[in-house]
Ligand binder design. Structure first.
Ligand SMILES: [Zn+2]
Length: 113
């Protein structure tokens, strides 16, 4: 996750405030991963900084290739808005397979120097 954040210069994301979580036994058959936010009201009420959780569903995620895993994580990271305040970005306008593909290539080219 850190490699992707740094490799793609997602400077607005603080990796210390992004938690990776592996879960087991989901009921929804199509979900491989999810991005969760901590709403502003919870941040204020609990007195904590914004945090995001990238959840991967073990049964779906673990058997993917490294390329598929990276793309999935890129997709989930794209849900985090530039403001990094506790909101989430929708797919429309921000996330598509073309955008993920481009970012993946950018990331891979960087790691081959
Ligand atoms: Zn999504």
């Amino acid at each position: 996750m850190r490699e992707i954040i740094e490799g793609l210069n997602f400077n607005y994301i603080n990796p210390d405030q992004v938690i990776c979580f592996r879960s087991y036994g989901t009921k929804s058959p199509h979900v491989h991963a999810r991005c969760w936010s901590l709403p502003r009201i919870w941040q204020k009420a609990l007195g904590v900084k914004p945090h995001y959780v990238i959840e991967v569903i073990s049964e779906k995620y673990d058997s993917l290739t490294l390329e598929q895993k990276k793309k999935l994580l890129i997709h989930e990271l794209l849900h985090i808005p530039k403001s990094f305040r506790g909101g989430l970005r929708p797919h429309k306008g921000y996330i598509s397979s073309r955008i993920v593909e481009e970012l993946y290539r950018k990331l891979e080219n960087k790691s081959f120097f």
